[in-house]
Ligand binder design. Structure first.
Ligand code: CMP
Length: 888
């Protein structure tokens, strides 16, 4: 049997396919682009005694029969001049429209043989004005083979049969032997028939005289191009008709069944909510279903034959197509460009498709159906999606819990129909849609998911000391205390008689601010401040050199470096006065929460602000806010935790209703102090609206330092901000910034920038474990000391002991540091480093961690042990130095 091809290599390919598939009905056509005329150049290969030979038979003008595909008969058919042709697969009105580049093979015999033709299709219409012995032979043979045969005598009657629509014959035999017969006009019948889409698959057979085929190639072409599929030479030999009819049944009618099924599949694809795209091997779109058109907003003609990449938002289309070309399925999120400029981000499965044989013929992209308004540009999803929340069909079993679930989902469905645009309602809708087609187990799990999502504090951690399994009790105490809001719920409610929150250290007084503050500092301090923008800056040395006034010194240095006074429109004198007053409101007696800690946080903040990524994101007003927040974030810290203040019913806890007590106080006091005296009011020069912005920003950042919200802030930052930057030059996952979708790019919205600023101050606030070892250990001792003081005071005053493990005599300092780093520091700083790129910070973090681990292995190391210990001085140098070496 044969195949059709316009080029030798394709022919050979086809030859191979025939051999591999044992096909006896393969067909293929190539549009001949080399010819000037628009023709379908066809060749036929014939298997004859297992040898394949190639014959050129016909060139068929494509304008007459645009999707012709020719198939040879068997060798014996050819010898008796039977020419078969069929063309049903690629009608121009088919969505899979044929294109010059696009070649379709079809008719793999195995595939066809597997398909049983619909018996109602064994239905012949004989169109002839003369019922002679040839017709009788055809009719009798056909009826013996269980065909239904009807006869009409004119073109009009024949067309009426097709146009009526009921019981359209599968095969029409048209008598073409009498060229002058006006009652049966073969060309008119063929053309009228083919002009109606539903008749595209009717097999039209021309009954001709032998002389017609032998002598008249032009007429053969003319008959075929008018729409006939087959030309059969007249004969009364019933064996020939048996063979023809069997062949018709086995191949042509089956092909028609296949095509009907294909139409049904295409209709189904048009009805599905999923977005379906089919491409050819060159990744040009051949088909997009109606959902696709509606979701993306393109008409079929906008996309057909266009490269898929043109509708793709991400630069990773190459990765997808490369996988497909290796015959590997691809599963993931794809961002498609809509006609209106928006884009939709859909879960997509892309698969290679083999029509037959071993070679891929197409690629199919199926995008997960998602509910109304979820991911689609607004207004672009038409009523096709209506009813997608009809949940009646889900689990209509009589189990009562299912009934309850169903009712719940129905009420959720109602909720989704409200014009709510909140992301969480979209997410819940998506889940409900997913539940529609899920099994009971998945439905129950998704119900739980919905329950979790319904709580408002989506990002807040629900970690509770009672349900976290900590490695050791010190960690449990520390992390539990840090992340738990409000008072500790224990029986004792006795109020502290010695409420340290009311005890403030004396302010230093304003003094006389010099215009050139730096000129007044000692050379030693000046030298130290020259290192203010290095990560190993020694803030303890500054504390010592400035007699515990590091904040004013470092503050003046860094605020003028960032020209904060210019941004705020104030003079240096005001800046100095303000810093002096702020520093005076830090409690020098606190071992940790004193102005040295504020200076340390300020220094870390300034370093972060110097990072390229941050510089590109923040403007000067943002920078000023960050620095101001860092300076004031712990102002008037009593050296006790919020929990302590709540438990002791401190005035601040009462004022702030046990909610974010300390952070609220730091923020409120910052503005109270700053604005009550013009001489230190650094905001005095700001416009009203700008002041509002600054106030909001500073408050937001100070409140962000509250550790009970740590996981909430971190999760938000990770989910929203930790993406590649548009402005980064370095390739991101192999993509250049221009190839990366805007939606996965660096944050730009005000809210996203806020998340970055929150993360920035949070990291600065707890950066001490990422400092050089000497400083890291000093901070660890200081915070532990402060915790011990609190425990002591709690015990003395019979208050609930917030962190009982933090007992000066017994607490293991390495354990406390390992716990703090395991739960709070390591993940946060890995995340932050991946955003700002600060290798020295990570280097110290990791080596300090190892230091604590090594110590821990030696057994319990108490506070006094750590105080006595000489520090390891042989730490390896950091790969890329962030500055001088504080170890020295
Ligand atoms: N090295 C450390 N070890 C244990 N806890 C710490 C350490 N550094 C900071 N913290 C805690 O983290 C908290 C961050 O917010 P605060 O400054 O209010 O109080 C801080 C301390 O309670």
């Amino acid at each position: 049997m044969g195949c059709v091809s316009s080029s030798k290599d394709v022919f050979e390919y086809h030859y191979d396919a025939i051999e591999k598939t044992n096909s006896d009905t393969l067909g293929r056509i190539l549009h001949d682009q080399t010819a000037n005329t628009d023709v379908w150049n066809t060749e036929i290969a014939v298997r004859n005694n297992n040898d394949l030979t190639e014959n050129r038979l016909l060139n068929i003008p494509s304008e007459m029969w645009d999707n012709c595909c020719r198939r040879s008969g068997s060798a014996s058919d050819l010898s008796r001049d039977t020419v078969d042709a069929y063309s049903p697969i690629n009608r121009s009105d088919s969505p899979l429209a044929q294109t010059p580049e696009n070649n379709y093979m079809f008719g793999c015999s195995k595939y066809i043989q597997d398909l049983r033709p619909n018996p109602t299709l064994k239905n012949i219409l004989a169109v002839t004005s003369k019922e002679d012995s040839v017709w009788q032979s055809i009719a009798t043979t056909a009826r013996n083979l269980d065909w239904t045969v009807n006869r009409v005598t004119s073109s009009e009657e024949a067309l009426e049969c097709f146009h009526k629509g009921n019981g359209v014959p599968a095969v029409a035999f048209v008598d073409c032997r009498y060229q002058n017969d006006k009652t049966v006009d073969a060309h008119q019948i063929a053309r009228s028939l083919r002009s109606i889409r539903k008749n595209a698959h009717v097999v039209l057979v021309a009954l001709v005289r032998k002389s017609f085929v032998v002598k008249n190639e032009k007429d053969v072409t003319s008959i075929l191009t008018s729409g006939f599929n087959k030309i059969i030479v007249e004969t009364c030999n019933k064996n020939v008709w048996i063979k023809e009819l069997q062949q018709l049944e086995k191949e042509d009618i089956t092909m028609r069944s296949m095509l009907a099924q294909q139409d049904a599949v295409l209709a189904a694809l048009d009805k599905t909510k999923d977005l379906v795209i089919i491409t050819d091997l060159k990744h040009n779109i051949q088909y997009m279903n109606k959902s696709g058109s509606m979701i993306l907003g393109y008409a079929a003609e906008d996309v057909v034959n266009k490269p898929l990449a043109a509708f793709h938002q991400l630069g990773d289309i190459d990765q997808i197509t490369k996988k497909l070309e290796k015959n590997i399925e691809w599963d993931g999120k794809v961002s498609w460009k809509c006609k209106n400029g928006e884009h939709v981000y859909l879960q997509c499965r892309a698969s290679p498709f083999r029509s037959f044989g071993k070679e891929t013929t197409n690629y199919i992209y199926v995008q997960e159906s998602i509910g109304e308004g979820h991911g689609y540009p607004r207004g672009s999803v038409p009523s096709i999606r209506k009813g997608s929340y009809d949940l009646k069909s889900i689990n209509s079993d009589d189990f009562s819990f299912k009934g309850a679930q169903s009712a719940r989902r129905q009420s959720l469905a109602k909720l989704h129909n409200l014009p709510l645009e909140a992301p969480i309602t979209k997410v819940i809708s998506l889940i409900c849609t997913a539940q529609e087609n899920s099994n009971d187990q998945v439905v129950q799990i998704l119900d739980k998911v919905v329950d979790i999502l319904r709580v408002t504090e989506l990002y807040s951690s629900h970690l509770k000391t009672e349900n976290i399994k900590y490695d050791d009790p010190v960690t449990s105490d520390l992390i539990g205390a840090l992340i738990t809001q409000g008072p500790v719920h224990v029986t004792s409610t006795r109020r502290s008689s010695n409420d340290s929150a009311t005890v403030k250290s004396q302010p230093y007084g304003l003094g006389i601010a010099k215009m050139n503050f730096m000129a007044s500092v000692t050379p030693q301090i000046k030298e130290l401040l020259d290192m203010a923008l290095y990560w190993d800056f020694n803030v303890f040395k500054l504390e010592e050199l400035t007699m515990k006034r590091p904040l004013v010194h470092l503050g003046m240095n860094l605020l003028t470096h960032f020209e904060v006074h210019k941004t705020l429109g104030c003079d240096e004198r005001t800046l100095h006065a303000w810093l002096t007053v702020v520093e005076s409101h830090y409690h020098a007696k606190n071992t940790y929460h004193n102005s040295t800690h504020a200076a340390d946080v300020l220094q870390a903040t300034a370093m972060f602000l110097e990072k390229d990524r941050i510089k590109r994101l923040l403007d000067q007003l943002d920078e000023a806010c960050c620095l101001i927040a860092a300076i004031t974030h712990d102002i008037d810290h009593p050296g006790k935790s919020s929990a302590f203040l709540c438990n002791s019913q401190n005035d601040l806890a009462i004022l702030y209703n046990d909610i974010s007590v300390l952070e609220s106080h730091h923020a409120a006091l910052t503005f109270k102090l700053t604005t009550r005296d013009d001489r230190l009011n650094i905001f005095k020069g700001l416009e009203k609206d700008t002041y509002k912005v600054v106030r909001q920003n500073v408050i937001d950042m100070i409140l962000a330092t509250e550790m009970t919200k740590h996981f909430e802030h971190l999760a938000k930052f990770v989910s929203v901000c930790n993406k590649p930057s548009t402005l980064d030059d370095a390739p991101i996952d192999g993509l250049t910034p221009s190839e990366v979708s805007p939606e996965i790019l660096a944050p730009t919205s005000a809210e996203e920038i806020n998340l970055v600023k929150r993360m920035l101050i949070k990291c600065a606030d707890v950066s001490n474990p990422t400092r050089p070892l000497k400083m890291c250990v000093e901070w660890a001792k200081r915070i532990a000391d402060e915790y011990f003081n609190q425990t002591d005071e709690e015990k003395i005053n019979h208050l609930p002991v917030v962190m009982p493990m933090f007992d000066r005599a017994t607490c293991s300092i390495p354990k406390s540091q390992i716990g703090f780093m395991d739960y709070i520091i390591n993940d946060m700083f890995e995340t932050w480093d991946s955003f700002i790129d600060m290798p020295e910070m990570l280097y110290y973090m990791r080596s300090n961690y190892q230091y604590w681990k090594d110590l821990e292995e030696k057994g319990t190391i108490s506070y006094s042990d750590v105080c006595k210990m000489p520090l390891a001085t042989t730490l390896p140098k950091i790969p890329e130095s962030g500055g001088n070496n504080a170890e020295n």
